[in-house]
Design a protein around this ligand. Sequence first.
Ligand SMILES: C[S@@+](CC[C@H](N)C(=O)[O-])C[C@H]1O[C@@H](n2cnc3c(N)ncnc32)[C@H](O)[C@@H]1O
Length: 663
Amino acid sequence: MATSFQALKDARAGRHQGKAQASSSSSSSTASSSVVHESKPPAVSQTTSPTQQSGHTLRTSDEAQVQLSQTSTSTKNDTAASAVSDRLNQIDLGERDEIEALYQDELDKWDVGIRTIPGRGRGLMAKKGFKPGSRILKTIPPISLLSTSHLLNTCSGCFLTLREKSIRLAHTGEAHKDEKIRLSRCAGCKALHYCSRECQIQDWPNHKHECKALQRLRTMYFRSFPTKKEDGTDVEWAGPEMVRALGRMIWKRKDERLKNGGKDGDWWNRIASMESHRRIVSEQELVRIGQQIQHLRHYLGAARPLQPGEDVERLEPVDLADFGFGSVAEIMDVASAFPVNSFTLSSPSLSALGVSTSPLVALANHSCDPNAVVVFPEGRDMEVIALCDITPGEEILTSYIDVSTPYEDRQAELLGRYRFKCECTLCEKSKDERWIDPRWCVSHVGCDEKGKGKMPGSSAAGSTSTSCDACGKSFEVEMGLLRPLLQEGKQLLSQDESNALERSYGLSKLSSLIPALQAKLPASSEPLLGLYRLHALLLNPPRTIATLNLATSHLALASSGAEIAYPRNHPTPAVIKAEWGKMLSYDKLHRDAALEAGQKGDQKSSTELNKEARKRLEQSVGVMSDAVNDLRRGMGGAGGVTAMELEGLIGGIQAELGYGSKR
Ligand SMILES: C[S@@+](CC[C@H](N)C(=O)[O-])C[C@H]1O[C@@H](n2cnc3c(N)ncnc32)[C@H](O)[C@@H]1O
């Protein structure tokens, strides 16, 4: 079955992992003619700077359906969790030992073990004690790639922007004085970019087949849409990251089998060992996975050389048997394991860049009150960092979701995507009727002790009574007024998360929404915490002293709210503190205004403005120094590229302020 270009589907990445598309088929078709060869990567050519990308997305085909009834199990969400838990309880010690053997070297190196935990399957266990900020594990994920929106401005080898790379090189002393690093694009696919030849060479074994597939997709795209400009600024045609990630995995499996006399090797066995919930997902979900696999088959087909007379605009899907798949169930397992076991590839400042898979790190189970965190402090390498004291024998628990969100939202996300009901300490506490969650609560306006009350339930209407946790008095919450504000705030945050928030629209909405919510919620509560930060980022760079002050105060509030809403030592509050410190260090507006006042002969205002600028700079040094310390705990080591950047800024400001040495 062939499909035209428009028949390929787009998808978005999730928070913890990609929830993108591939597709499947039980039907076989033409044999793959793709050949594995150890060719060299194509030259890279310097790129133009990225500009706004096309909003065009690739569409799916109705024909991309598969017969799945033989494998489907009708499952409702409420029974899904216990079904998973039953399955996980069946994982026996033999299976665990096999997995342990696959990772023996890494496990020994890092003093980490694998154990089976009732109701959770396998999990990672500390073999020695870890202190907050210490590295539990560091690994190069077998698969990491950027989402299309980052392909133009981030290196596909080290996953740093040019700015981040320069900061890192300057910090490590590797920067060459006269050598300016630049982002150059792969001359083959014209989609991926690299900041150095080393980054490109290192990525080439993973990119070589993909490069051919992307070249074909690119040709198809510009033929299908002749009005689109081929100026290198539109790479939407590269498609969803889950398809690209599965493509990389499957090509690598084929390469490994070719080298291994037709048998799978350890690389693939690790991928195949990831927990899949294929047997217990709903029929609807199975159909979705089936569509993804169908998409994937066409994508893999795009890497094959064109045969004489073959139409470049029609893709023939591959037969997955040529890649070692013996059954539909096997590819369905891999495709359904992917979203459960992959991570958001994040920048050193924790913004989502793409998707990353490490079957070893994926063995860690979840807690909303985790004792460890997964980060990419310097780009490519995935690190697991201890957030608190971990004792030998203790399970290493990371969080799969944003733990600053309310209980109901966390449970829904965990059940929907990961198929379990979380019973961690925070979730158990959240079930206690008397406990007031700072992530989802209302302020007791007028309370001298600044107390808070429980957020009324979703069915509450009109004026609802709640009691203050500080003074104990009851107070009324007008849900008719509050609910629409909460909904609007959540909607803006989700639009921002999916890159669908237009700046001027966001700014105009937030200018009235934030004051309205501020009067009713503390900074730690959803959605205000996220909105403070969003507003400050949209206001950046501030054009007036008033907007600078607003952005600074919002970041200060977001920073204090995040300290409450996130677990101790978590890197997110540290990153927000870094943003606050950097906003404080922005002294241009005050300096310009001081100069202008001086030129007009208003010496008093000029002196005041200069004094204010200095005060802000002094405060910024304090805030940024704190952020560096927090980053060292949340990101481990030196705190990653974000801490390196802050250290550079602190040094510069201290010199400007005339301080002798760094604090
Ligand atoms: C990334 S895997 C973690 C490793 C997995 N336990 C295994 O054996 O491969 C995620 C899956 O583990 C299980 N899991 C993780 N954390 C859990 C928890 N706190 N409670 C119950 N199940 C959990 C769920 O089935 C989830 O979909």
